[in-house]
Ligand binder design. Structure first.
Ligand code: ASP
Length: 460
């Protein structure tokens, strides 16, 4: 019965039931915005409950807002199969074994053209059907841990992932790939870098900005690169593997604690900040760009530290921020606060007393910078010195999100503020570096002569 309205819920489900319209039926729909006719597509579990999706004869899908519907009629019915063909993933004894742990996101979805449904392509057989090149790289097994868009990832999921990774390593896996939504991939990457330490094998996070039904999708290429990195790379770190800077010529491997999503829609959205990426990767080879990384080992030792205290917060400072923002966190029992301050690490004077109240109440406050590049320097201006005398601790060049994750992880292990400080300021995975290389920071500013010259040379 449920399948007759597959994936529909709430208002949208009510409407389909009222007019007796089944998923997969051909329906004509009269709306305040015009008339449509097409196949009613099933919806995925992550979709909203306010739209009905039709596949039109043109092949395009349209979402019809429930509130605009005036009338609907079922014109016909076409039985469809909610699956892509499974092919058995071949096993060869001489290939490395890689585990793909799925958490959701765009990369976990794919549109089946025959049926028009968005389906999770996640069993090894389905993935092999969709990206057969994976079998040239490794023996792949898969496990779906969650099916969420990444804004729904959080401490519980980080912990479950870390424990699963530990088990796979102990069982003898050669590399791990984690399929993940791109939006908060950098939060999860840093959480895993703190929770899974001293891994003997690569742990590679991957996602896609465009789902695999779109011609410009980055899903297959990213997946091939990530799988190759997990199977073959010598870099035994938590990394993010995504599209390179401009074209689809290569991908980049970024250190999990120095990476950030920087563009809401471009495929080349991930950037290493405060450093250069770990490596370039294409279908043929992996080219390291740095040599200071943990090397792959054959032993099975790994330290899993799956802890997280949820009562920590990240506050992005803005001019005229009121002290009550900080007071509210203290009153609500928050144990730690990371502030992303302006410039070298500043907030306005009116916030100072609230910061003093907070630190006196035993709340740990760490300062990071909104500029993302560069270090907190609180000795330069007397305002910074004042803030430090009120108990704020500068967090060096840790990215704000990384400092937030690290503070939650630290409080998950101890409440002793001195211990917390030691944990926070001792680098685990490049989150604090001694210096930021001059060739890491490059911002293109179109229109100025040297950039136009440079682009002319690159884009022939
Ligand atoms: N909103 C999606 C997510 O982060 C985007 C993606 O997968 O790229 O889950």
């Amino acid at each position: 019965m449920a399948d007759l309205f597959k994936g529909y819920k709430g208002k949208a489900l009510g409407l389909l039931k009222d007019y007796n319209i089944r998923v997969w039926s051909e329906a004509s729909v009269k709306t305040t915005r015009g008339d449509f006719r097409g196949i009613v597509l099933p919806r995925s579990e992550n979709d909203d409950d306010r739209h009905i999706v039709l596949k039109l004869a043109t092949g395009y899908n349209v979402g019809i807002a429930v509130d605009t519907v005036l009338d609907m009629r079922e014109e016909g019915y076409k039985e469809a199969h909610y699956k892509i063909p499974e092919k058995e993933f071949p096993f060869s004894a001489d290939k490395p074994n890689v585990k793909l742990l799925g958490t959701g996101g765009t990369i976990a979805s794919r549109l089946d053209y025959r049926t028009g449904a968005v389906i999770p392509a996640f069993s090894p057989g389905e993935l092999y059907g969709a990206v057969p090149e994976l079998a040239d790289i490794c023996n792949l097994t898969t496990e779906k841990l969650f099916a969420v868009f990444s804004e729904n990832m959080g401490p519980q999921q980080y912990i479950k992932l870390a424990i699963s990774i530990g088990k796979e390593i102990e069982k003898g896996i050669d590399g791990i790939v984690i399929g993940h939504g791109t939006d908060t991939m950098h939060h999860t990457a840093s959480a895993l870098a703190f929770m899974v330490q001293n891994s003997p094998v690569p742990i590679v996070m991957v996602g896609s900005q465009r789902s695999s039904d779109r011609p410009s999708s980055d899903a297959a290429l990213n997946l091939m690169h990530a799988t190759k990195a997990a199977a073959e790379s010598d870099i035994a770190e938590v990394m993010v593997c995504m599209f390179g800077p401009t074209s689809d010529e290569y991908g980049l491997l970024h250190s999990g604690c120095r990476v950030r999503k920087m563009h809401s829609s471009y495929r080349s959205t991930f950037r290493t900040l405060g450093d250069i990426p770990l490596a370039m990767i294409d279908r043929q080879k992996i080219t390291p760009l740095r040599d200071n990384y943990n090397r792959r080992r054959n032993d099975r030792e790994v330290t899993i530290l799956p802890y997280f205290e949820e009562k920590v917060a990240l506050v992005y400072y803005y001019p005229n921020m009121m002290p009550d923002i900080i007071d509210a966190l203290v009153d609500n029992g928050y144990k730690g606060i990371v502030i992303a301050g302006t410039g070298l690490g500043h907030v306005n004077k009116p916030v100072y007393p609230a910061i003093e109240r907070a630190t006196k109440a035993g709340v740990a406050i760490y300062m990071t910078v909104q500029t993302l590049w560069g270090y907190v320097h609180m000795f330069v201006y007397d305002t910074g010195r004042d803030l430090m005398s009120k108990g704020i601790i500068p967090a060096e060049n840790m990215l704000p999100e990384v400092a937030y994750i690290k503070l939650g992880w630290a409080f998950g292990q101890t409440s002793d503020l001195e211990e917390i400080k030691k944990i926070m300021l001792t680098p685990v995975c490049d989150e604090i570096t001694e210096r930021e290389p001059y060739n890491g920071y490059l911002v293109f500013q179109g229109g100025i002569p040297e950039i136009e010259e440079f682009l002319k040379r690159v884009h022939k």
